[in-house]
Design a binder for this molecule. Structure first.
Ligand code: F6R
Length: 245
């Protein structure tokens, strides 16, 4: 695991976008795993700039998103589907047929979960998976206690995640209690993972994830074993690390 510490969120976002850009240039039909939330917004802005100013071409890129709230339709303003279009897809030349985001309104959940895994397999597996981390150490929506060998599944969100994510909703009660997420093992199977974290409320999760034991209590900790993981932090998120790399 390689850890890069950047001075600011902007520097972190630029570095992450540069890594994604190089991966697309190397493999134009890159299978790119994407995340939502506040953290990747700067990276997406920079990718949009690269598309506009540097002709970064997404036309063959295949995307798979990590997760979606159960019960929110794609046009719901707090859904992760909506987020992805408003923060990235509407501004780049990705082929909409190549976009995969879990369907929060699926009627046959079990079938959907299997199908999502199958589509990832059929695409040849994820080449590069972008990740954020929850303040409870989750990746995707794999909350503490989720088995490390889990695959795409339904999860119940913890109180801490509901609280963290309530900032996007009018009130805390509106945050869905369940979500569909790629499993920990599904994420681990990506050929390369790129985890970003900024700001102080991540510092505790970061120190546990990087310097603590590998445990289902901090699902991100599985990445300690991953053969090709880059973690990019800003100074504040890295502030509790004992070892600086
Ligand atoms: C989002 C996701 C989550 C977030 C994490 C951090 O698709 O899978 O794991 O990456 O909750 O969220 P932010 O970036 O909002 O702090």
């Amino acid at each position: 695991m390689k850890t890069l510490i950047k001075k600011t969120y902007e520097d972190l976002s630029k570095e992450a976008a540069k890594i994604i850009k190089e991966a697309i240039q190397e493999k134009p039909n890159l299978v790119l795993g994407l995340a939502t939330g506040s953290t990747p917004i700067g990276t997406y802005k920079e990718l949009i700039r690269m598309h506009r100013e540097e002709n970064l071409d997404f036309s063959q890129v295949i995307s798979f998103n990590l997760d979606e709230y159960l019960g929110l339709s794609a046009d719901h303003h707090q859904s992760y589907n909506y987020f992805m279009y408003k923060n990235l897809f509407d501004y780049i030349n990705i082929n909409h047929k190549n976009i995969h985001i879990p369907d929060g309104m699926t009627e046959n959940v079990e079938e959907f979960l299997k199908e999502y895994e199958k589509k990832i397999r059929e695409a040849g597996g994820i080449d590069l998976q972008l990740l954020g981390i929850g303040s409870d150490g989750h990746i995707g929506f794999n909350e503490p206690g989720t088995p490390l060998n889990s695959r795409t599944q339904i999860v119940k969100l913890t109180e801490s995640t509901i609280k963290d994510n309530s900032r996007f909703f009018e009130k805390e009660e509106d945050v869905p209690r369940f979500a569909i997420t790629m499993g920990v093992q599904t994420i681990f199977e990506a050929k390369k993972t790129l985890l970003l974290a900024s700001s102080g409320n991540k510092a505790e999760a970061i120190v546990k994830f990087i310097e603590g034991p590998i445990t289902s209590q901090i699902t991100a900790s599985i990445l300690q074993k991953h053969p090709d993981t880059i973690v990019i932090l800003d100074e504040v998120a890295a502030s509790r690390l004992k070892r600086r790399y």
